[in-house]
Write a protein of this length. Sequence first.
Length: 614
Amino acid sequence: MRVVFLHGLGDGDPERGWLDGLNSGLAKAGHPSIDPHSIIAPRYRSLLETFGISAKLPPVTYKSKDDLDARLAFERRQAAVQRFLGYESGVGTFGFARVPDAPVAFVQQAAIKAMPLFDLPHVKRYMQNEGLRGAILKNVLDDLPATGEIILIAHSLGSVVAIDLLDNLHPGLHVRRFVTIGSPASAKALHAGSDRLLKRFPYKRVDDWSNFLDTGDKVTAGRGLAATFQGAQDFTVDIGGSHESKKYLSHASIAKLIAQTLYPINSVAVRGGGLAVRLTDNEAAILLTLHFAHAVQRHIKDEDAAVRYSSALTAQQDEVVAQVEMDSGTRGAGMAQELVELARGDLPRLPHRWSLHDAVSELVVLSHTNLVEPYEINVDRAPKEALPDIAVALGFQRSTGIKIGNAIEEVQTHVGRKGGLPWGRVLTAAAGVAIIAAGPVGLALAAPVGVFGAAALTSGLAALGPGGMVGGLAMLGGLAGTGAAVATSAATFSGGPVEPVADSNALVLRVAVEYARKSLDLEYDESLWYSITELESQLSARINRLAVYSDPKSPKLETLRVGQRTVALLMAFMLDKNLGPSELVSAEADTNRAVEKESRTMEENARKAAWNRD
């Protein structure tokens, strides 16, 4: 394995200060220094500063005809890098404050004009002079081996050269890890008047690409590369606003990422231990989620969607396995056998621990949850068709899954047929807002999902980010198993009136759960009726109050009215299917019998009167 470094500012770093920095970072992480003989560090400063230098651009050696499979595999490796760095302190992954394009362009343009100590003027010349580009690329290629594997590290101007080089590398050369630091390659000023670098990323040639920046580094202007280059994944580090390669590479987390490839170690050996360990309810819920997702994948009719769904599911399963391996390193023996199998790449059998009553709520929620969140893939009717399969896996008959699916569809049809809330959408924690129970009844908007965990509209896997949640995940049945709507969380509110939510997806699911239970001759929650009637009152009161002064077609009023219509449809459905409280059903039956009796009496009296007239 050779380490290739493409330099940035100054004289090309002949003293190899970058290597001193990297070795310092490796030492902090407990790894040996890099053998100088394994280093390749081409120098091209003289080419940049000599006018008249020109060469033909090297040929493109990477042909990306159909890269779908390669891209899916690349994204899986990128996820592994993000997961690895997610455990590291001092590394920002997603969500760091981005500087808007306009200020970025202004700052970088100013640097190009007024800061000759930095690389930006050289970068602009490189980008706009095709002959110079050809000469520098040829110079670098001449120093590289024709075959084998390399770790490619590039700083500042060197990152621009490296990006440009990726699809011109020798065909037998493979980049095991690509790391860019302090890169200005996203600056719009650099791309003006020239073709954009790397129009199509070589997914088969490069295993992963991590770009590190300090947001105080003026050359980067605090902006990453992901918005410009499809293959890049940005991470932030704090090196005091410096632009020096030595400072970047001495950061322990960057050094660890390089060491992961340079000094590979085997995964943690996962052991089941001598004692039989039972899965926790949280771990069992995750297995159930995985099984259902695999069943959904098998029933997706569209081949392209099925391939993408399978790959997304594999990436999600990687998250679970990574957490299992981490737990194994700390717990040693005492790992449930099912988790051992999962960590070894097998999907273990589901334990038969769910009662039919509980399984109904689990399956209703699963069939309406995006199990590969945050990816969005149209699976059509696959979740319904997966229900019989998962029913068998849980130890029940296929007919049980069929009845559950039919019950859900009846509720969907009843609500959708008459213009209520659209049905068939996938449940996610949209915009980070959860739906919870407000007090004893009704629904309300709550704080972001993170406030109270996975009790909201999230699947088990959707909650598994870097760090995982094995051992900390709420049962999926929390959504459909509680008396009101999802989960009671009065502590979420800081006081004041609670506004009812018109989006009644949670209640639609609740009705589907109870109707499915009734269809299977199971005990069902008769008190749900009162939750819905209470929500009807809340919605109506809110509508009446707002209608006094608001515009007739106020968006808020329209949303509330849609919710009101949906609630009315659900109430009609429950009455039609005798899903209300027994006393209400009995009273209605008595009323119906009385009406029928009165109707028969009136008919009899009418016949007698007609007979007497005759």
